[in-house]
Design a binder for this molecule. Structure first.
Ligand code: GLN
Length: 489
């Protein structure tokens, strides 16, 4: 059974189709693994076992009738900020305890149309604010490669569960790195698509001008499969593109000769760990040896990216989170009047980091400060986007590390939010520019913690990024799934 972990979605679909395994068996296999290993990992905050078994039975019935579906019978884990009908959706916040959406997010609907099995809800930083998943109000998730370390965030549950084989693959969201950074720190493949490529309808917003949804998987092929399903126009999300969706999987295996890889000179920052630098440089040399050309590019406004992000992100978050006031969703603490009820509910319901950001965001939007902070940040954001436009005149894609460091220890950065914010230096500019970015496992540091290569593409160039990632993956056997989570059955 353990070899099931090494099969990609199309291979699993073949087995399911031929009847060599049923969806019920496959789902049971994953549920048993969750029961066995998730006590120590803490990646799931809600295992939707009954729903999963029910979906698996229905998938088997459809398979028996000869029906098709790109995910028919395949069990996935979902970050807890995707609204799903009849399933508590909390964003790992106390304020949404008991909130059961009346509708499915567009992406959940698409997964259902393809026949997926909903294994459960994955832990995250509260409202996706954080880089370690320690801001979850429910539990801490551990890094599968060493449980003294954090899995990254905010999609830490998605990355830990995928990397340890507690789901076939998962979905996450990325506002400033929340798919790529945890994927990198856990040794998984993660893609943040171009802003507008994927509908966000029904996904609880953090910062609406930055948020994107994307897959976290154990291999590039599954990333391509999921991208093909989730991409495309949705009339319910006015920011989604009406642009045709390529057959991403068809690009895998195509030659990468002649591709021009841009390396930003500003990204050789001081805080970058030597093992990270060495491993990422080795990956870049692999491409060079295989016919790519390397060009130095410049992204001079990168140094402002983290500051700009924390103005824009907090401003938009303060506005998006205003709706959680005890009236319509989840928690309500009664007070002497309605204002008192709002105050009590929000005081009790939101965690420390969420409050910090609401306060900061309200401040940068307040009259008298708007021009100095929010408008200024938006202007610098344009400069950051233009840096990329200039760079892409000389190269096809850009490569950087995903994170300057490997995973850090649980608790290490909790007292220093600024240090935590700075760890997103390589991922944040990509969101500010609306570009697609990907994390590809490219090796480990001396202590056995994973390192990710970031591949940044031009708008809507995800197919080429997958093609490039696949070339590395197939020729370098970067280990997936720690031994501890294998061969015990
Ligand atoms: N780590 C960043 C933050 O704390 C990004 C989070 C995200 O992408 N959701 O905001």
């Amino acid at each position: 059974m353990e070899t099931l972990l090494d099969l990609n979605i199309s291979q699993l679909r073949e087995l399911l189709k031929k009847g060599e395994i049923s969806s019920v068996e496959l789902t049971r296999f994953y549920l048993d693994r969750i029961k066995r290993y998730d006590n120590e990992l803490g990646s799931y905050i809600n295992i939707t076992e009954d729903i999963a078994m029910d979906m698996a039975k229905r998938a088997d019935a459809r398979i028996a009738k000869g029906e098709e579906g790109r995910l028919l019978g395949v069990p996935l884990g979902i970050k807890d900020n995707f609204c799903a009908k009849e399933i508590e959706t909390t964003c790992a916040s106390q304020i949404l305890r008991g909130f059961i959406p009346l509708y499915d997010a567009t992406i959940i609907k698409r997964l259902k149309d393809e026949g997926f099995v909903h294994l459960g809800r994955l832990n995250m930083d509260e409202f996706a604010m954080g880089s370690s998943t320690e801001n979850s109000s429910f539990q801490i998730t551990k890094n599968p490669w060493n449980t003294e370390y954090i899995p990254g965030g905010s999609s830490g549950g998605s990355a830990a569960a995928t990397a340890s084989g507690l789901c076939v693959a998962s979905l996450g969201t990325d506002t400033g790195g929340s798919i790529r950074q945890p994927a990198s720190l856990c040794g998984a493949v993660g893609m943040k698509p171009t802003y507008g490529r994927v509908s966000r309808y029904g996904v609880i917003a953090l910062a609406s001008s930055l948020d994107q949804i994307g897959p976290i998987t154990r291999n590039v092929s599954d990333c391509a499969t999921l991208m093909g399903i989730i991409s495309g126009y949705d009339s319910m999300d006015s920011t989604s593109f009406n642009h045709n969706v390529p057959d991403y999987s068809a690009y895998l295996g195509r030659d990468i000769k002649g591709v021009r890889i841009g390396i930003p000179k500003e990204y050789n920052i001081e805080g970058i760990e030597p093992d990270v630098k060495k491993t990422v440089d080795n990956a870049i040399s692999f491409y060079e040896k295989n016919g790519a050309s390397i060009v130095e590019v410049s992204l001079p406004h990168t140094e402002y990216a983290v500051a700009v992000f924390y103005v824009i992100c907090t401003a938009e978050a303060s506005s998006n989170l205003a709706r959680f006031d005890g009236v319509k969703y989840g928690l309500r603490i009664n007070g002497k009047d309605i204002i008192d009820m709002y105050k009590k509910t929000r005081r009790k319901g939101f965690g420390k980091e969420v409050k910090r950001r609401i306060i900061l965001g309200t401040y940068v939007l307040s009259s008298g400060y708007y021009d100095a902070y929010y408008r200024k940040a938006s202007q610098v954001r344009t400069l950051i986007r233009r840096d990329f436009e200039e760079a892409f005149k000389r190269c096809d894609i850009i490569m950087t590390p995903v994170s300057p460091t490997t995973a850090f220890k649980v608790g290490e950065k909790m007292k220093d939010p600024l240090a935590m914010y700075l760890s997103d230096i390589f991922t944040i500019p990509v969101n500010l520019a609306g570009l697609p970015g990907m994390s590809l496992p490219c090796g480990f540091n001396g202590a056995g913690l994973p390192i990710g290569l970031q591949i940044i593409g031009q708008p809507l160039d995800e197919a080429r990024m997958l093609q490039i990632a696949y070339a590395f993956e197939t020729q370098n056997n970067v280990k997936k799934i720690p031994d501890k989570y294998r061969n015990k059955d």
